[in-house]
Design a protein around this ligand. Structure first.
Ligand code: ADP
Ligand code: MG
Length: 605
């Protein structure tokens, strides 16, 4: 097993559970594998497929995912193909021929195709194992439900002697049980690894206005020059708007949402995968079909609707294990919108609970990773050192008077105002609503003039989170003071608020990443000792790009970012030394060794 890992994939050791899962499949037993995105699920069936007689059948929901997998297998010298409707007839015909001849080790198919071929093609030769990737698609409880997946229930009866493995990154219990029942696996063993993704940094910014968000994003992108990233937005309109603002700053960003034609979507996705576009502003429609391993950052322009969605979306960063950054913006406006969606959805209380937990994450004053891991059922009291709370613990102050001012303004209107009017009253603004209802006559009018509007917004959001008031969605979103709020208002208890951090303003044009980031790197992935040569890295990147274009592969399939960093650090000067780099197997060593070594040797001259 280890030899196969080394010679085909170029890795020196297995990740947790991979070895156990592979042995289990080699013993021809069924399994369910739960691992986070980027955890390394594919190798769990790819190595058994290489070691067993016959062909492994892999079910995958999307053509783009099949394509990515087949390309990376081929790039490692492994005989893999995908039968799908994107291929020409003659291409599919030749794949079928090769398959019959036993020349294919892994055959990727859609669920429909599998069902259609189960008594035909698939019965003609020996099948080593069946892998069902993205297995949560079978369950209506998860996200991404795909009706075609439910037909896979017949597999066990059709192929009683073939081991079946189902794999997913969705760990919740209902989905998990649903997968097992629907597939009627034979005494399956469930393997669960930690859902931690230590290489993802976690950062949350509360209460930014749209303009401030854009400014912060521009700064963020400056610090991540040349890196690929995704900006998730709640609506199509926002994706367009954000992309436009970025373009006006000279930053090229594509847009992806369900309003585009399939053709436009495919194009933008391809451009992103092939590094022709570095930044995509997208709705959640984007990502399912993306296995791009070198996405270096993910930003949420708006709060996601649940921790599952959030974790899945940030999970698209850093699949190669290298440090990657995530940033979440969180505003009162988002909560109002999302609450409305949840209330209008079929499963109101479930969706409200999910949203509440997402808010708790955003508002956390303990390590954010701890909240995520506890959410996924891993009892953790970690202090990860890689989230904003750990790096910069929130400071609090006695905010009783501020809270009282706000609550009193609400109280004096008989709880018949929303957030904006509350702030207008506090700041002493003669807005139309204030004038019309004569709120300028209230005792609280103008008592909060000394605090900027934006800070009030922030404090009022914190107050919602602390449970001092609720928003009456059925009453025009008026604010209603809760018993807890009344305690503060009537001086029975104190209120602590978080200090609002001022954003430091960095001038544009400082485009390089801070180098201090390297120490974290070492605790996460075994990165070789030595000093990385940035100039060499850029040259290697250029060469990789050229080779990728020649072959029509995405750059990360030729060599991963991690391999490039290792090359720029170790600087191997022989093909054998090149082959020792983690992530380079025999095939890539033979194919690329001489070319890359030549570049390195010339560079060092
Ligand atoms: P997922 O669980 O999301 O399907 P993948 O199978 O795509 O994850 O793997 C994510 C990345 O991790 C890939 O780049 C893969 O090559 C890498 N990987 C998997 N196993 C190992 C390992 N044992 N050592 C180093 N890298 C690994
Ligand atoms: Mg996968």
């Amino acid at each position: 097993m280890l030899n196969t890992l080394k010679s085909y994939f170029g890795y020196n050791s297995f990740r947790p559970q991979q070895e156990e899962i592979i042995s289990h499949l080699l013993n021809r037993k069924d399994a369910l594998v739960l691992m986070p995105t980027g955890g390394g699920k594919s190798i769990c069936y790819q190595i058994p497929a290489l070691l067993m007689d016959g062909t492994a059948i892999v079910v995958s929901p999307l053509i783009s995912l099949m394509k990515d997998q087949v390309e990376s297998l081929k790039a490692n010298g492994i005989a893999a193909e995908a039968l799908n409707s994107n291929n020409s007839d003659s291409k599919n015909m030749s794949i079928r021929m090769d398959y019959r001849l036993g020349h294919i080790k892994l055959l990727y198919v859609s669920p429909e195709r599998l069902v259609a071929e189960k008594d035909g093609l698939l019965k003609e030769i020996k099948i080593s194992l069946i892998a069902i990737d993205e297995a949560h698609c079978i369950s209506q409880w998860g996200h991404d439900f795909r009706p075609e997946y439910t037909q896979l229930g017949m597999l066990k009866a059709s192929f009683p002697d073939v081991p079946i493995v189902a794999l997913t990154a969705t760990a919740d219990k209902t989905t998990r049980e649903d997968i097992l029942t629907q597939l009627s696996l034979d005494n399956p063993k469930t393997f669960i690894t930690s859902f931690d993704r230590p290489n993802l940094s976690l950062d949350v910014k509360r209460g930014f206005t749209e303009k401030e968000k854009i400014k912060a994003i521009i700064r963020f992108i400056d610090e991540h020059a040349n890196d690929s990233g995704i900006i998730y937005c709640m609506t199509r309109k926002t994706t367009e708007k954000v992309a436009m603002k970025l373009r006006s700053e000279g930053i090229i960003a594509g847009v992806y949402h369900a309003g585009l034609t399939a053709l436009e979507r495919d194009k933008i996705q391809e451009d992103f995968i092939n590094d022709r576009i570095q930044i995509i502003c997208a709705t959640i429609a984007f990502g399912m079909g993306i296995d791009k391993s070198n996405v270096r950052w993910v930003i949420h322009f708006n709060l996601p609707k649940s921790i599952e969605s959030f974790y899945q979306e940030i999970g698209r960063a850093g699949r190669d294990g290298l440090p990657s950054d995530t940033l979440l913006f969180y505003s009162l406006q988002d909560i109002i919108m999302l609450t409305q969606f949840a209330n209008e959805s079929g499963q109101q209380s479930l969706n409200m609970d999910k949203l509440r937990l997402m808010q708790d994450y955003a508002e956390s004053s303990v390590c954010r990773r701890r909240i995520l891991l506890n959410y996924f059922g891993e009892n953790s009291n970690c202090q990860c050192g890689n989230c904003d709370v750990c790096k910069n613990p929130p400071k609090q102050f006695d905010g009783t008077i501020l809270v009282q001012k706000a609550l009193s303004a609400i109280m004096r209107t008989n709880e018949s105002i929303g957030v904006n009017t509350t702030i207008d009253i506090l700041r002493g603004n003669f807005s139309p609503d204030v004038v019309q209802k004569e709120y300028d006559k209230l005792k609280t009018f103008g008592v909060g003039r000394d605090i900027p509007r934006k800070d009030w917004q922030n404090y009022i959001l914190q107050m919602l989170q602390m449970g001092y008031y609720e928003i009456a969605y059925s009453e025009d979103r008026h604010l209603k003071i809760t018993p807890l709020g009344k305690e503060v208002l009537f001086q029975k208890s104190q209120a602590k608020l978080a200090v609002i951090e001022e954003e430091e303003v960095t001038p544009r044009g400082r485009r390089k990443k801070k180098k201090e980031e390297t120490p974290i790197l070492q605790t996460i992935t075994p990165i070789p000792m030595g000093i990385e040569d940035d100039f060499l890295f850029e040259k290697l990147r250029e060469l990789r790009k050229k080779l990728a274009e020649e072959q029509g592969y995405p750059a990360y399939i030729v060599l991963s970012d991690k391999v490039l960093h290792s090359l720029a650090t170790i600087k191997p000067q022989t093909v054998d030394a090149f082959g020792e780099i983690s992530g380079i197997g025999e095939f890539k060593k033979e194919k690329y060794g001489a070319t890359f070594v030549e570049l390195i040797v010339n560079h060092l001259k």
